[in-house]
Write a protein that binds this ligand. Sequence first.
Ligand SMILES: [Zn+2]
Ligand SMILES: [Zn+2]
Length: 727
Amino acid sequence: MAIVRVALPVATNQLFDYWSPSGLEIRTGSVVRVRLGQRRLLGIAVDRVEATDVAPERVAPIDEVVTALPRLPPDLCALAQFVSEYYQQPIGQCFALLLPPLGVSAGGREPLARRYRLTAGGQAALAGLVNTRSAALQQLQRLLRAPEGAAIGELRDCGAHAWRTFAVWRKRQFVEPVPEKAEIAPGNIVLNAEQRAAVIDAMAEMDRFAPSLLQGVTGSGKTEVYFDSVARVVAAGRQALLLVPEINLTPQLEHRIKSALPRVSLAVLHSGLSSSARLGRWLAAARGDVQLVVGTRLAVFAPMPRLGLIVVDVEHDVSFKQQDGVRYHARDVAVYRARLRDVPVILGSATPSLETYAHARRGRYRWLRLPQRAIAQSVLPSVRLVPNRASDSREGLGAALRQAIADRVARSEQTLLFINRRGFAPSLLCVACAWKAMCPRCAARLVVHRDTGALRCHHCGYAEGLPSACPACGNQDLLPLGFGTQRLERALAELYPTARVLRVDRDSTRRKGAFATMRRAIAAGEVDILVGTQMLAKGHDFPRLTLVGVLGADNALYSADFRATERLFALLEQVAGRAGRGKLAGEVVLQTDFPDHPLYAALVDHDYNRFAETLLAERELLDLPPFAHLALLSAEASKRETVTAFLERAVAHGRALLATSELRCEVYPPVPAGLARRAGLERGQVLVQSSERSALHEFLPRWRALLERMRQQRVRWTVDVDPLEFA
Ligand SMILES: [Zn+2]
Ligand SMILES: [Zn+2]
């Protein structure tokens, strides 16, 4: 009896054995429907074996093979295995990442391809078919027999009977979609010498795993390099995958792709799509009908039978890291996928992550550079550091920044004021008794939101009305401390009464389509001063924007997170990059208390590499990534003692394991998480560190098996490999 091992979307890290009824053709990668207890689940066949340890009467049959979905290619199955092993995530949940959303029933309508032809199986089956006297069916067969296949319109014209027959043939896989041929019109993408050299280097070998870091300053035209590389791959009859951060996936990007690559068939994949749209695009990618898939991190798992290139834009962006559910880093998964497929992968950034930077530095990645802006006469903005706490400050805005804004308003140019805090003020304080508004469910302060008259928690969503007096002492003198976007918006309206001020943050863009409307207003010059969070930092080109003011950047310098300064530089360089994208020169005015900090000094020179070298030296000294490898065990429970007891036992297990092995890892004592309580749950964590990747990866599965055996019902825990956040 043939036993099939099936990956099912459940939290335990195991495969499930089913027997395969005769007549079902099940191979590795087949999508199947099975029963697990009372549930009917979709799973993926991972392996066929001859025998199972499960008692024969307990082995259930596979109910059906889902024919509406194609079999998943071997490299994708290998990718899911890798994600499970590397990131220590349950195997079935990793395989589930490969599937499109299937709230859609398996019998759901499959979108049609443009052309179809007979498969070898279909030719054989139809040769023996006698019932083809109908002229319409003969016509149908004749059309489908053509090597170039038949267009869907021609098939429809054969009449209703033939059309129904065609549907049956599709279901039986007698016919298949004809892969679309590339027709690249060269000349739509104009490259300068540096861009051309980058394309040639990155694409030197199309059939080999060849990772490149494309490091280009903002505005240097990395996108053109991506597009031209995509065009080459498509011209060779293959597919390309372009991953972008969530926030960069804008209609503008789609528009740019369509005008640069007009004949390339494109599918955009992201989690905001409806299930049926996602399924349709997923199928189009799986059949090879689309030549370019553009998407956010989940698109890294899109099935692409002729995948020939992967590009990750803004590779340092944290949105590539999945922070809950199955934890993985889409950039690193992309690199591994390219390795499995033996194809080039391009990681693009102005400020690469230190991990990628270190790979390039060691020669593991090709290091391609675009040191200049692509538009002639456009130069990088000048950066001016000005004092933060000057006596002449008004509502946090110093005289230098106020004057710079006034100049822009007078010249009808645009200003962007960047502060990475939404709300009116980050906390509310009683001046009489020092009471502070705290979230009752989190170890965090409540943020003052003046527009809705509320105190809000930015961690759990808790909200209450703004108090009119101190709840502790009754004093009516409550002081909003610090600055957020709302407070700046109000201050600017008072300081520049003639200017049109627009606030862009998560609160003001909550309504669907609001952000798009704002972007159009900005581009049309209907706004003079923008106040915004990092939503505005990325990927937008506003040619009349010539001044960027930065407030509150120093906060990151106090952070306990060792990656805080790396991220701050990336963010500031990106924000600065908004200034002077067109022919007008740009300027950045940054208010700081630490003008001598190496970060700011390097920012003034736009010299990321100098700063990266400083950081690398520091990380090496402290034995931190990329010189060490980390994993984080996080746990949460309603009682602090429960969390601590669980983590202490976890540490004891880990240390016992290390004592009896040669593995060189270190298991640190439990500590409270950065946010020690969230939404009523106490949170703690344990860090595991090793300077050898292999030691860590030998340790983790064994440790995790011990943790699973602890069966702590009141504790929720997760393991995060290569964690980016310690919150
Ligand atoms: Zn008080
Ligand atoms: Zn809260």
